[in-house]
Design a protein around this ligand. Structure first.
Ligand SMILES: [Zn+2]
Length: 198
C-alpha cells in the first residue's frame, strides 16, 4: 500500500507544478498593459535559458578588436621577419616631397620630410624621428641597433651614429616598404592600436 500512496502523491505534485505554468487567467485588478513604445525592457520569458533562438552573439562595433593593415608577402618579410629590401629600389629612397612617413602596418607617424637627407646609401635616411615613435634594440650580434615602430613593433631598419652626415650625426636607415608617405596637406589615417597581449 505504501508505494502506491507515494506514487499518487508524486503525480499530484507534478500536476500541480505543471498547471501553474499554464495559468492564463489575468486577474481583473491587473493594470492595463503599457503601450509597446513605452516599454523599456521586454518581460522575462518563462522559456529564458531554454534555447538561443533569436539571440544574437554579435558585439557592438566599438568592441571589435582592431587589426593592423594587411601586408603583402614582401611587406611581411621586412616588417614582421626583419628582412631588408635591396638598396636603391625602395620607392622613398630619393623622395624629398614635404609630408609625413607613417608606419605601413599601423599608421603611426614615424618621420617628417624635414628629417630626411640624402645619404646615397640606397635606403631612405633620416637624422631624427617624430618624438617617441621609434624604439631601439641592440641586434643579437651586438653590432647594430635595430629600430622598430613603437606602436606595433614592426621592423623599420637600423640606426647608425658617428657617420657625420648631418649635424645630428644620426642616420635612421629605413626600408621604404616599412613606411607609407602621406603628402603634406593630406589627412593622416588614424593610428591602429591593438590591446596589449600577454
Ligand atoms: Zn607601426
Amino acid at each position: 500500500m505504501r508505494p502506491i500512496k507515494t506514487l499518487l502523491a508524486t503525480i499530484f505534485l507534478s500536476a500541480g507544478c505543471a498547471s501553474d505554468d499554464h495559468t492564463v487567467e489575468v486577474p481583473q485588478s491587473s493594470p492595463a498593459p503599457l503601450p509597446e513604445s513605452t516599454m523599456e525592457e521586454p518581460p522575462v520569458s518563462s522559456t529564458a535559458g531554454k534555447g538561443n533562438e533569436g539571440m544574437t552573439t554579435s558585439v557592438p562595433a566599438e568592441d571589435v578588436p582592431a587589426r593592423y593593415n594587411a601586408l603583402s608577402e614582401f611587406e611581411s618579410y621586412v616588417i614582421l621577419k626583419k628582412g631588408t629590401e635591396r638598396p636603391g629600389v625602395g620607392e622613398y629612397t630619393d623622395m624629398h616631397d614635404p609630408g609625413t612617413y607613417i608606419c605601413r602596418q599601423c599608421n603611426a607617424p614615424l618621420y617628417l620630410a624635414k628629417h630626411k637627407f640624402s645619404s646615397n646609401c640606397g635606403w631612405p635616411s633620416f637624422d631624427d624621428e617624430i618624438e617617441g615613435a621609434v624604439q631601439r634594440h641592440l641586434d643579437e650580434d651586438g653590432d647594430r641597433t635595430e629600430i622598430t615602430c613603437r606602436n606595433c613593433d614592426g621592423h623599420l631598419g637600423h640606426v647608425f651614429f658617428g657617420e657625420r652626415y648631418t649635424a645630428k650625426d644620426t642616420r635612421h636607415c629605413v626600408n621604404s616598404v616599412s613606411m607609407k608617405f602621406i603628402a603634406e596637406g593630406k589627412p593622416l589615417p588614424p593610428v591602429i592600436k591593438l590591446p596589449a597581449t600577454e
